[in-house]
Design a protein around this ligand. Structure first.
Ligand SMILES: Nc1ncnc2c1ncn2[C@@H]1O[C@H](COP(=O)(O)OP(=O)(O)OP(=O)(O)O)[C@@H](O)[C@H]1O
Length: 458
């Protein structure tokens, strides 16, 4: 039903006009005049003018952070979303909750058109999530899903004009950094493997439980490794200043079963880095290797296990495809990919090579700057044994420890062998007795071999 100003006034005149009726009528008359008598263009012109004036004289300043920049998601929007999730449950009236498959925890966020207040170094700011519903056919599809995104979202960040510098130079970078930490903490670690020249599209969740609390290595060595990792992650400025790529190479060497893979797992869990487990045997050629390394995300560990076995990388002098058992990845290719100009394209990469035979590797692979730290994982000593007993038997002391300490000084036994003995029985004493028998047998074999050697010499 449509009213016009005249019919409305005449209708009102028939009745005994009460004050609220007249007020209503006035409003409707005004609305009718506004809608029908003033041209739309003129109306928008006035509206813009009023908005402009009110903004000009308002002490507030607003930053609009849209969800998309062209086809790509705006990283500031993503950061605001993660950051505000922690604030929303405290100061918003309505929140949304969700959980992604690769997240550990629930994610909270402010609901549409909700406001959240925040304080930063004495400056108060307000965030608002603006959602505009639009005809889905009029906007671009931002994902591969057949359903169009029918909502345009943005955050409005409002604060006093005089704090512009602080907000741009300190607060927004702070929001980005906190969001990075939140995302990092919430993301499950993944392990990527390469197949047919590509990293597998669906990396697997890395559930290895090994940590520096359960890794059985000499205490001093463990402290050294943890300090080295701590120093590396905080050294962004150092690498920038010295013009070096922000990466660190580790060579882990030692007999099988001494914990090289376990140490990699402990490193990944400690740093919360993804692992890229590179099988050189299925890398097409040097170019493919470079592409794979460029395809790694920042804050990740590249692992090449048993580097002496996968392809023949011992001697750079004979570094041709023909001399390389038909493999197209050569030692020079590997060095260029991990160490050349391209390696600077990513940040925070740790490169780990493992081998059981360090002596077989080309010295070019081992020089500082490539392998910054060489870690020898050796046979089990008493301090490593105590850690294993703690892991498997939940004990810190036992009357048989003295005997075990003595035997460990006389035989070479790997942590893997000890771990196996400690899982044979549920009773701690029986396990330790079995372990003593096992160590004594090893000692006997060692003595027999030694005696045989002596006899031969004579
Ligand atoms: N230092 C260690 N601390 C705790 N557990 C260990 C350690 N070393 C070995 N183990 C146990 O032995 C198993 C095998 O060890 P791991 O695979 O880490 O050895 P590795 O040196 O990488 O062996 P390989 O050279 O054969 O690959 C592990 O799953 C773990 O249970």
């Amino acid at each position: 039903m449509k009213f016009d100003a005249k019919s409305l006034v005449s209708t009102m005149a028939k009745f005994d006009t009460k004050p609220f009726v007249s007020a209503m009528a006035s409003i409707m008359v005004m609305r009718t005049i506004k809608n029908e008598l003033i041209p739309h263009e003129l109306l928008s012109f006035f509206q813009c003018g009023v908005d402009h004036l009110s903004r000009r004289f308002s002490p507030q300043f607003t930053v609009v952070i849209e969800e998309f920049q062209g086809m790509a998601r705006n990283q500031v929007f993503e950061a605001a979303e993660a950051y505000l999730g922690t604030k929303a449950t405290v100061s918003a009236e309505r929140v949304t909750v969700s959980k992604a498959d690769d997240h550990k925890d629930l994610s909270f966020n402010m609901d549409r058109n909700e406001e959240v207040s925040d304080d930063f170094e004495g400056v108060s700011v307000k965030w608002k999530l603006i959602c505009i519903q639009v005809d889905s056919s009029r906007i671009r599809h931002y994902d591969n899903d057949s359903s169009a995104v029918a909502e345009i979202r943005s955050y409005e960040l409002t604060f006093h004009k005089k704090h512009k510098n602080k907000i741009f130079n300190s607060y927004l970078p702070y929001v980005m950094e906190i969001a990075r930490q939140i995302k990092q903490g919430n993301m499950a670690i993944k392990i990527h493997s390469n197949e047919y020249g590509y990293w597998n599209r669906e990396p697997v969740k890395f559930n290895h439980p090994m940590s520096f609390d359960t890794l059985a290595v000499d205490e001093k060595l463990q402290r050294e490794i943890v300090n080295d990792l701590d120093k590396f992650v905080k050294a962004k400025e150092f690498y920038r200043r010295t013009g070096k790529a922000w990466k660190r190479g580790y060579l882990l060497y030692g007999p099988p079963g001494t914990g090289k893979s376990s140490l990699i797992a402990a490193m990944a869990n400690y740093l919360h880095y993804d692992i890229y487990d590179l099988d050189l045997a299925v890398v097409g050629d040097n170019r493919n290797l470079k592409d794979l390394i460029l395809g790694m995300s920042s804050r990740s560990i590249l692992v090449i296990e048993d580097i002496d076995c996968t392809i023949k990388l011992q001697n750079r002098e004979e570094d041709t495809e023909a001399s390389n058992n038909g493999h197209k990845v050569t030692l020079s290719g590997l060095l260029n990919a991990t160490d050349g100009l391209w390696s600077c394209c990513a940040e925070e990469h740790i490169i780990v090579f493992t081998t059981n035979h360090k002596e077989r590797l080309d010295p070019a692979l081992l020089r500082p700057g490539r392998m910054d730290k060489q870690i020898h994982l050796s046979y089990c000593n008493f301090s490593a044994f105590k850690q294993l007993a703690m892991n498997y038997l939940c004990i810190t002391q036992h009357e048989l420890y003295e005997k075990i300490e003595q035997l460990l000084g006389q035989v070479e036994v790997t942590p893997a062998e000890i771990a196996e003995e400690l899982t044979k029985d549920v009773d701690a004493t029986e396990c330790l007795q079995d372990l003593i028998k096992f160590l004594q047998e090893k000692k006997m074999i060692k003595e027999e071999v030694k005696n045989e050697g002596n006899v031969k010499e004579e």
